[in-house]
Design a protein around this ligand. Sequence first.
Ligand code: ATP
Ligand code: TZP
Ligand code: MG
Ligand code: MG
Length: 270
Amino acid sequence: MNAQKAGALLSKVREVNPLVHNITNIVVANFTANGLLALGASPVMADAKQEAAEMAAMAGVLVLNIGTLTERTVESMILAGKSANKHGVPVVLDPVAAGATELRTRSAKQILEEVKVAVVRGNAAEIANAAGQKWAIKGVDSGEAEGDLEELAIHAAKKLNTVVAVTGETDYISDGKQVLKVSNGHSILTKVTGTGCLVTSVVGAFLAVEKNPVSAAAAALAVYGTAAELAAEKTADQGPGSFQVEFLNQLFLVTEEQVTLRARIEKVGL
Ligand code: ATP
Ligand code: TZP
Ligand code: MG
Ligand code: MG
């Protein structure tokens, strides 16, 4: 994956307009739907156990997010996940706040055991805890960086037998062998709730049009980070409220050419 290919994949997302089935949390549902629409995907939120499997079967991708999990929604996630697996629909997981409570850690692990997940996207603490490593976490926010994020991405990918995307100031994507590093983005993303959850769904939108999960995740993170940089430039003297609105604008406006010029994707490690 490189900047040019990331730009081309953005155009493919817009052309295909994939159906992204989200079972997500109550904090970010609206922001996620608007972000996906702005980018060029077609979001649907459907978490009733009576319809989750049916919706997943017809989607381009299924995104599971445990941000405000309940026994009921975890049951729906597993039903939807199994249906997606059966119908060849890729599945992405955001293990929000795994490690913060026993329920979250256990549920993230249960989903990973019962559903074949193509990409797990989280902050360092969430990825580490989902992969059985202890890492401090404060609610939904990652604790201080304790270790090497490149190593963490490789270790977690091997342990979970999936592709892992660890995000933060720099993002690391690994399948346990290769590692890609994405250096786009802006720190003001951390001041708007749901920017992690939305990026997980954006990874899903890219995965719906690109089978290789490492390529899809790297392209999605680079496009997302580029839109954030453009929005931060436009709202430089303002706060997170203006940034949030402009970020949605830039997810809509960012062009293939801008991504080709600005995406910073590098191969690292092994
Ligand atoms: P946390 O709750 O710890 O913030 P999160 O689930 O919100 O985690 P992030 O790691 O914040 O997820 O990632 C969301 C997006 O923000 C990603 O695209 C990431 O690259 C970007 N990002 C996060 N922090 C920074 C930063 N300091 N500089 C640039 N981009 C960042
Ligand atoms: N509480 C439960 S889910 C959630 C909060 C604040 C949203 C987390 O969103 P993100 O994208 O991980 O910052
Ligand atoms: Mg964040
Ligand atoms: Mg998060």
